[in-house]
Design a protein around this ligand. Structure first.
Ligand SMILES: [Zn+2]
Length: 227
């Protein structure tokens, strides 16, 4: 009742298409949910996300959950998640993704979920890491540990120049990220997560650091990738 009254004054709109949400809808409307293209990578270990890491770093498994189109629903959702404070999008996509991939073989020996970290200065500016809500809801639904301490970003870069910076710094010698670990972190299978998979160079730089941990295995999961 109270929720309905609240909706009267602050009607909730779909974060994908801005139409009014029905009371049984949450964050995105049913139509948007049906229109979001799933990659179905989880049924194909040799998928296009996995192939991005060929000859670069050894990954056990890699996937993106949905496809990202310019001016599409997913782009709108990622924008709202990243710049408009709508962390509930990450939570929803995390739950959705977890329900699709739960029980699959590749998840069986994963121990921890690790987000691509923001630099502490960027974290202060934005107020949150855009992959946190996604990662935490994945971790809760799949009963895995969410570990945001182990991987640290040591170089600050402005969003616009991020790509250039990554290109300029040889990722083989990258010190953009550092893994801080103890012997308790040995022999783990890390699931590294990010929002959008593009070139894969950020994930590669992170992955290289995680793979320096003795006995480490690595898998990658992104919310979206371009198509
Ligand atoms: Zn919608």
């Amino acid at each position: 009742m109270f929720k309905n009254v609240l909706n009267l004054f602050y009607p909730k709109v779909c974060l994908g298409c801005k139409t009014l949400l029905l009371t049984n809808e949450n964050v995105i409307c049913t139509q948007c949910r049906h229109e979001i293209p799933l990659t179905l990578h989880h049924f194909n270990p040799e998928n296009e996300a996995f192939k991005k890491f060929y000859g670069k770093i050894p990954v056990e498994f890699a996937m993106a959950f949905v496809y990202f189109h310019k001016k599409g629903i997913v782009q709108e959702l990622i924008h709202n998640l990243k710049y408009k404070g709508h962390e509930e999008i990450g939570e929803l996509v995390g739950e959705w993704c977890a329900s699709e991939i739960a029980g699959l073989d590749f998840l069986r020996n994963i121990t921890e979920i690790i987000p691509v970290p923001l630099h502490t200065r960027k974290l202060k500016e934005r107020g949150y890491n855009q992959v946190t809500s996604f990662g935490k809801s994945l971790a809760t639904t799949l009963n895995l540990k969410y570990n945001e301490q182990i991987l640290v970003r040591t170089i600050y870069s402005k969003t616009q120049t991020k790509k250039n910076l990554l290109n300029r710094i040889d990722v083989n010698n990258a010190s953009i990220f550092t893994a801080k670990f103890t012997s308790n972190d040995h022999d783990k299978h890390f699931l590294l997560i990010d929002d959008v998979l593009t070139t894969g160079s950020t994930l590669e730089a992170c992955g290289k650091e995680l793979l320096k941990i003795p006995g480490a295995k690595l898998s990658v999961l992104c919310m979206a990738m371009s198509h």
